[in-house]
Write a protein that binds this ligand. Structure first.
Ligand code: B12
Length: 221
């Protein structure tokens, strides 16, 4: 096995076991070795959290295990974030993002933010547990082209509709494109609640946002 493969394997295992110190060390070693930040993310860290979710589902992991795995991943993200987000690109728009009220999952949201920043968006992150009036206030204050709402629980997904209703009532619905996402969310659900779009991951979030606000990808490289 090459050292790169060992690093990816180690990152996966230590994230799964919630060991932040080796996760941070392996992330630094991988980068020093010339590995791409996105490779560490997509080939080790995200698969580890997917496995955490599976183990939780079958009753082998409980909330504390989920939490320490999430913290371990966060340790790596702190190092990777500036590397992924810093492109020096000119701002191409403003994106307001938040996890809906009642929900504190933020890793998926944060990942979308990093990729959006990397693509040149100014991201206003409202954090987690965001009530409808905060989304409305942020739209008024920051005048974004797009708003993203993240929900990871079937019990908090209905907040999309509440948020969209509040945005409508404030007379702002035609001012912004609304994207929804999170593990249990689907395209069908997005349509039912009246969102403009749904994306299953961070890179498609960037693609969809650009498409919705009328920014076509440049064909010239
Ligand atoms: C880590 C984790 C936690 C951590 C969260 C830490 C944190 N800071 O985020 C902690 C321990 C706190 C937690 C708590 C709970 N959790 Co939890 N958690 C998870 C876990 C394992 C991983 C989630 C994650 O971050 N994945 C990594 C990211 C990268 O995932 P991703 O989905 O691929 O993200 C992409 C897309 O979703 C999309 N996206 C995300 N947001 C947005 C927004 C927009 C606008 C767009 C366009 C796209 C988009 O882009 C992302 C990046 O590519 C999942 C399992 C799973 N399979 O999702 C359970 C899971 C979400 N949790 C679950 C549950 C039940 C809970 C608790 C209720 C447990 C409890 N009994 O207390 C609590 C609820 C707390 C609350 N009120 O929110 C269930 C939800 C079941 C359901 N369908 O409702 C899951 C699915 C586990 C399971 N299989 O049962 N959890």
């Amino acid at each position: 096995m090459s050292r790169q493969e060992e690093i990816l394997d180690g990152l996966y295992e230590h994230t799964l076991n919630g060991e932040v110190t080796p996760v941070v060390e392996l992330t630094q070693e991988g980068l020093a070795f010339g590995m791409e930040p996105l490779t560490l993310l997509f080939d080790a860290l995200i698969p580890a959290l997917e496995e955490v979710g599976r183990l939780f589902e079958i009753g082998e992991y409980f909330v504390p295990e989920m939490l320490i795995s999430a913290r371990a991943m966060q340790g790596a993200m702190n190092i990777l974030k500036p590397l992924i987000a810093e492109t020096g690109a000119k701002p191409i728009g403003t994106f307001v993002m938040g996890t809906v009220k009642g929900d504190i999952h933020d890793i998926g949201k944060n990942l979308c933010n990093i990729m959006l920043e990397g693509a040149g968006f100014v991201v206003v992150d409202l954090g987690v547990n965001v009530p409808p009036d905060k989304f409305v206030a942020a739209i008024i204050e920051h005048q974004p082209q797009a708003v993203g709402m993240s929900a990871f629980l079937t019990t908090t997904m209905p907040m999309f509709k509440k948020n969209i209703e509040a945005i409508k009532e404030a007379g702002l619905r035609d001012k912004v494109k609304i994207l929804v996402g999170g593990a249990p969310v689907t395209q069908e659900y997005a349509e039912v609640v009246g969102a403009d779009g749904y994306a299953p991951d961070a890179s498609s979030t960037v693609r969809l946002t650009k498409e919705l606000i009328g920014l076509t990808e440049s064909v010239a490289s």
